[in-house]
Design a protein around this ligand. Sequence first.
Ligand code: COA
Length: 378
Amino acid sequence: MAEIYEGALDKGLEGVVACSTAVSSIMDVTLCYRGYTIEDIAENSTFEETTYLLWNDKLPTKNELADFNREINTYATLDPQLVNILKTIPSKNVHPMAWLRTAVSLAAHFDNEAQDNSPEANKRKGLRLLAKMGSLVTAFENIRNDKPVINPRNEKSLAWNFLYMMTGKEPDAELVKVFDMCLILHADHELNCSAFATRVTASSLSDMYSAIVSAIGALKGPLHGGANEQVMLMLKKIGTLEKAKAFVKDALANKEKVMGFGHRVYKNGDPRAAILRKMSQLLTQRMGEPHWYEMSAMMDDVVQAEKGLLPNVDFYSATVYYSMGIPIDLYTPIFAVSRISGWVAHAFEQYANNRIYRPRGHWIGRQGLKYTSIENRK
Ligand code: COA
């Protein structure tokens, strides 16, 4: 039996095509959402419109978008009973992603359609999850700081409401625009680890909430969404521009990973990093702390020269979020606030054309052992 699978073994599934998808595509350095380039969408769209596109395979008309926004607004406020329970779960000394994983799981208990796997119910659940993700993350921020949980405002975008609920202050229009663009850039990315986790769970015909909780768990790791937080912690640890070059050289010499670099699919550069790099330069300058960008750019040059690796989406998003005053440990939860859009799109696609994921493992353990009673064991 071993020989059958040995040749097919591909550690990390590199190069394995696990499903057909029409949600987003990566071809060399081009990322497209439903056929539109990320540059086009980031420049011209909004996060809500992008999500509509990812879920419906078409850009919405004015009326369709207005209806979509209205539904999001309807679902964005958290049930007060859920908020009361959330206040009782530990929020200090826990990672926000661990808290979010629990919170989304709890939110399922407040959804009467949680077990209904019909396409109509799944669409409504997708909308509820999209609408509530930012409300949950900002509720966490307020609860852990012993502040009241703030409800979202009607008629406002998800980006506007996130910044408002996080700070309690009406956000600056330019910051909202930047944040909205960050949400667009992170919305989907073909068959990444958390999208795959979504699809694997959905493929057993488990419910949407379970699929999304799986995705949050996958995104949390430092090799996936957790990298953006690690990038900022690394920059803070390095501290000054003068130390950046030596830090990178030492890390590479010690075979350590420099967070925010490398990618399984992009070998010639991540198009999202190019957009975020410009935003990082502009925003760090505007906040009067350009050294964060300068350090990043220097590290970018050194990693490229020494190892031939290019920055991924997480590298420059770290300094973008930092210059917006967002707490560092919320960077990965913000990734979830955006990526819920793609996860739900992947769940829809999986449910619509399902076959359970069940790969094989290549056996490398012992064989033919005989049971020994506990008295006779050494
Ligand atoms: N820093 C230093 N070296 C890196 C590296 C990084 N960030 N990313 C990859 N490498 C090196 C590996 O050590 C390996 O080197 P070797 O051939 O000398 O052993 C080689 O590049 C191939 O890397 P590998 O880990 O096999 O790539 P992968 O496709 O399995 O993993 C990532 C892809 C993204 C997980 C990986 O690049 C990584 O860990 N990056 C840092 C975390 C990160 O930024 N994640 C966010 C992804 S969007």
